[in-house]
Ligand binder design. Structure first.
Ligand code: SF4
Length: 344
């Protein structure tokens, strides 16, 4: 999917050696911090220089796409957001994308899930092996996400396998707790399983503008069902502005939802989203994420090749090592650039 940019800069025949740089600087002068600028050229050789220039100047190259022999690079103007959670060791939290299909098709879904999305399930056998190896590696928390995990007929077995290895949180829209799925929920161990249920706003309007008509009340009902079943429930809101975040915080305060049971995050410009915070690899503290396609740097880009670390999942120890090597490469690159900048 094409990433929208505020400025489209057609480089023509220009390169960094022949006049592209002043055009680039002029484009950034017309931009505000956080804006996206696209550079288009038929010369793919611009790419490595653009990446280096972005690193020097603390901008982020966040997307590269080739069409009809021309490359379009998208960079974000400004420094990466401050990293959070850097003290969390890589591999202490493990994310599994159980599947990619979903009963909803939210307009900002970071992995393009929908009822029409192919399932791409990890499958219970792979999850069992992952869970056993994760326990051996000392993983302390497992997160199951999708798509909507409760779309899967064997989600109960999947959750149980993970919960046997580590405390497990299931991310869900909470809309499917009826009949067989309610029985599945009922069967899960309360002391090892938590639910993180999405609710984007205190009232239906904004939530439903992203997620579809009638979704707010069904998610709220799911929250109440999960609580009634005795689960720890974390409420997760995806918002566009600080004002929306503040409004949701007041709502959670009024409902006596504690800090550890709330997540409020901004829309990420990934997947189906056409606006939101643009996130490059360097912006994201890595959290090992496994999908049916391989191992990814972070759950927010688990459908994007720029965050793919390895196609091989097993042995899990090798996957973790691959992520750590990828981190070392990132840091090495920064150190090399830092040396180039030495003044004496
Ligand atoms: S954001 Fe969640 S609920 Fe919405 S389509 Fe994506 S996976 Fe489904």
């Amino acid at each position: 999917m094409r990433m929208n940019a505020r400025i489209e800069l057609d480089a023509g025949t220009k390169t960094f050696a022949s006049g592209l740089l002043p055009d680039l600087i002029a484009a950034l002068r017309r931009s505000r911090k956080g804006d996206l600028v696209a550079v288009i050229s038929g010369d793919p050789g611009i790419g490595p220089e653009l990446e280096t220039w972005c690193r020097f100047t603390r901008n982020s190259l966040i997307d590269t796409a080739v069409k009809d022999g021309r490359t379009r690079w998208v960079l974000r103007y400004g420094e990466a957001p401050e990293a959070v959670g850097e003290d969390r060791p890589v591999g202490s939290r493990l994310w599994l994308y159980t599947n990619f299909d979903c009963n909803l098709s939210c307009d900002y879904c970071c992995v393009r899930s929908s009822p029409k999305a192919p399932r791409r399930a990890l499958g219970v056998e792979r999850v069992r092996r992952i869970a056993v190896e994760a326990a051996e590696l000392g993983v302390s928390e497992i997160f199951l996400t999708g798509g909507e995990p409760f779309m899967l007929p064997d989600i109960g077995e999947i959750i149980a396998a993970c919960a046997a290895a580590a405390p497990t949180t299931v991310l869900t829209n909470g809309m499917l707790f009826a009949r067989r799925r309610l029985a599945t929920l009922h069967s899960l161990p309360r002391e090892r399983v938590s639910l993180q249920i999405s609710l984007d706003s205190p009232t239906p309007e904004r939530h439903e503008s992203h997620r579809g008509k009638g979704t707010w009340a069904r998610s709220w009902k799911g929250i109440e069902q999960a609580r009634a079943e005795g689960f720890r429930v974390r409420l997760a809101a995806t918002v566009s502005t600080d004002g929306e975040a503040e409004e949701f915080r007041s709502f959670l305060d009024a409902h006596h939802v504690s800090e550890e049971n709330r997540v409020i995050r901004r829309i990420a410009l990934r997947g189906s989203a056409t606006q939101g915070i643009a996130l490059a690899k360097a912006d994201l503290v890595p959290e090992v994420t496994i999908t049916a396609e391989g191992v990814y740097w972070h759950p927010v880009g688990a459908d994007d090749n720029d965050l793919l670390v390895s196609r091989e999942i097993f042995p899990l120890a090798d996957s973790f090592a691959a992520v750590r090597r990828a981190i070392d490469r990132e840091y090495d690159h920064e150190r090399r650039l830092a040396r180039i900048f030495n003044c004496a």
